[in-house]
Design a protein around this ligand. Structure first.
Ligand SMILES: *Cc1c(COP(=O)(O)O)cnc(C)c1O
Length: 357
């Protein structure tokens, strides 16, 4: 049966990227060697890294002065690499959920941390806006898409200090004005590749400003200087990222993707609003195009397990909500086809008909 993959991460990737990856595992582009058995310093693999960085620059319109590199460790490792490299005295964090909070916690080990804004008062169901940003902080950290709660910051904010953004779950989903950010980073496994690679986009002039000694692997300057090759990078994930970005380019890039993403999320949100069984978990203006969170309406809560069982039987994978929010979460990352969103809507309508008799 055809599966509709709504997994929050690791998650659906373009079919062509998965197919090319499976071929490359056996024979990497006619070299006669499996991709996973060859030197990361070979000319062939070096090309993959160079092309992947180039696709980042091209698809995100990254201005001069920025570098892109890939490391292991996941976004969570960046949570402490960021203050290690950038926090001299004080940093600001916007607390919009679990990942934002984890990032902030790590910064406490390196200096003073202020919570500039939070949406914890309403269980992270919205994104704080219009808060004033102190100018005496080394950087402001934000999380643009809150994967667990299903909220998203839909525009690039103006920030008087260096702006650092965790874009793990919405990178490449919409056009971004990279020039407004000092650094953008994220784990690959939500929207661009398999688990194991982390991307970092950093404006070079912000580096080298802290007085503490920095271990080599943590030091962004060395990662930048060695173009992802300071040590063995995550070879296989980087290859899949390249294939995913080639696919993205082929369908028209980020602008086109954004249109498709709005359409996909739109059909599901419309159904959540129409269907008397469900209600959205995030406020309308801040709801995410990537992670659609919804719960059962009053009176229908007993259908939680039934919905999961029946949706699974209908080929829908990964709809269980995060335990902190409950209910359901449909992740509609770039590679999810519109037909999967439509299949979910159809299923929700059938579910309504069956259970409201
Ligand atoms: C998944 C996620 C993380 C954690 O990523 P890891 O690569 O597992 O460390 C961090 N931030 C956001 C927004 C995420 O969605």
């Amino acid at each position: 049966m055809k599966k509709h993959n709504f997994s929050a991460g690791p998650s659906i990737l373009p079919q062509v990227a998965v197919e090319n990856a499976s071929k490359a595992v056996l024979d990497f582009e006619g070299t006669g060697l499996p991709l996973i058995c060859m030197s990361h310093r070979s000319k062939e693999f070096d090309n993959v890294v160079v092309e992947t960085e180039q696709l980042f620059k091209e698809l995100l319109n990254i201005p001069d002065g920025y570098k892109v590199f890939f490391v292991g460790g996941g976004a969570s490792t960046q949570f402490f690499h960021i203050p290690y490299n950038l926090l001299e005295k004080k940093a600001g964090y916007v607390n919009t959920g679990v990942w934002a909070k984890k990032a902030k916690k790590e910064a406490n080990l390196f200096g003073e941390v202020v919570e500039v804004a939070t949406s914890e008062d309403k269980k992270f169901s919205y994104v704080p806006k219009g808060y004033s940003i102190p100018t005496d902080i080394d950087y402001l950290h934000i999380t643009t898409n809150n994967t667990i709660y299903g909220t998203e910051l839909h525009e690039d904010i103006d920030c008087p200090v260096n702006l650092v953004a965790d874009m793990s779950s919405d990178i490449f989903s919409r056009p971004v004005d990279v020039s407004k950010y000092a650094m953008i980073y994220g784990g690959a496994q939500k929207n661009i590749g398999p688990a194991g690679a982390t991307f970092v986009i950093v404006r070079e002039d912000i580096l080298g400003k802290v007085s503490r000694p920095i271990p080599s692997m943590v030091d962004y300057r060395l990662q930048v200087k060695n173009s992802s090759m300071f040590n063995t990078p995550p070879v296989f994930p980087i290859y899949v990222i390249r294939e995913t970005l080639k696919w993205l380019k082929s369908i028209g890039g980020v602008e086109e993707m954004y249109k498709i993403n709005k359409k996909k999320a739109g059909v599901i949100y419309d159904e959540i609003e129409r269907n008397p069984l469900f209600k959205g978990a995030a406020v309308k203006e801040d709801r995410s195009l990537m992670n659609i969170t919804f719960v059962l309406n009053e009176g229908f809560e007993n259908l939680q397990e039934t919905f999961l069982e029946e949706s699974k039987a209908a080929g829908m994978v990964g709809l269980k909500g995060h335990r902190l929010v409950g209910g359901f979460r449909a992740s509609t990352y770039n590679a999810l086809p519109l037909e999967s969103a439509e299949a979910l809507v159809k299923f929700m309508q059938e579910f309504e008909a069956k259970h409201t008799k």
